[in-house]
Write a protein that binds this ligand. Structure first.
Ligand code: SME
Length: 161
């Protein structure tokens, strides 16, 4: 059983370091990417404040395909270069969107989403997929969130095949 006390995000670097340690322990001994994605989405969804969607899209045959997530049902397939997820995947760089209405080509899965961050998951040059977080608040994700989430993404990638 996994239990944890609430993490205080007033100090983001400390909070993400705690989360990274929790995620490392949670994924220890398991290399299945889908199972590890499911536990990553569940951990983040419960630990991070102000999220309405947290999940993973897998890269399958050159497309992003919906993977494990917490939140409302979402669009299943996204082409590389399309939307926030496809842009992060194509460029293999994190994309932070303070206001999704200002992002050309943003794919609206949940009308509540106002800001978004997408972190690519790359293992030894191979794109496994992307980690996608949506928030009902504008400008929810700052540079400290990006740095912390990139560390969490690295934990997921390192653990998984
Ligand atoms: N908004 C994303 C699509 C995925 S949902 O947010 C879950 C995008 O533009 O790629």
């Amino acid at each position: 059983m996994f239990e944890s006390t609430p993490i205080d995000f007033a100090d983001k670097p400390k909070a993400y370091a705690t989360l990274a340690a929790q995620l490392t322990a949670l994924l220890h001994g398991e290399s299945d990417f889908i199972a590890n994605s499911a536990n990553t989405a569940a951990l983040l969804s419960h630990a991070l404040p102000d999220l309405n969607w947290a999940g993973i899209y897998r890269c399958v045959d050159g497309q992003l395909v919906l993977g494990p997530f917490q939140g409302r049902p979402a669009c299943v397939r996204i082409r590389l270069g399309q939307g926030v997820c496809g842009t992060a995947a194509a460029n293999r760089q994190t994309v932070r969107v303070p206001d999704v209405r200002q992002f050309p080509g943003h794919i609206a899965c949940d009308a509540a989403s106002q800001s978004e961050i997408v972190v690519p998951l790359v293992k030894a040059g191979r794109l496994l997929g992307v980690l996608d977080l949506d928030s009902p608040k504008l400008n929810r994700f700052d540079a400290a969130d990006q740095a912390g989430l990139e560390k969490l993404a690295a934990v997921l990638v390192a653990a998984s095949d």
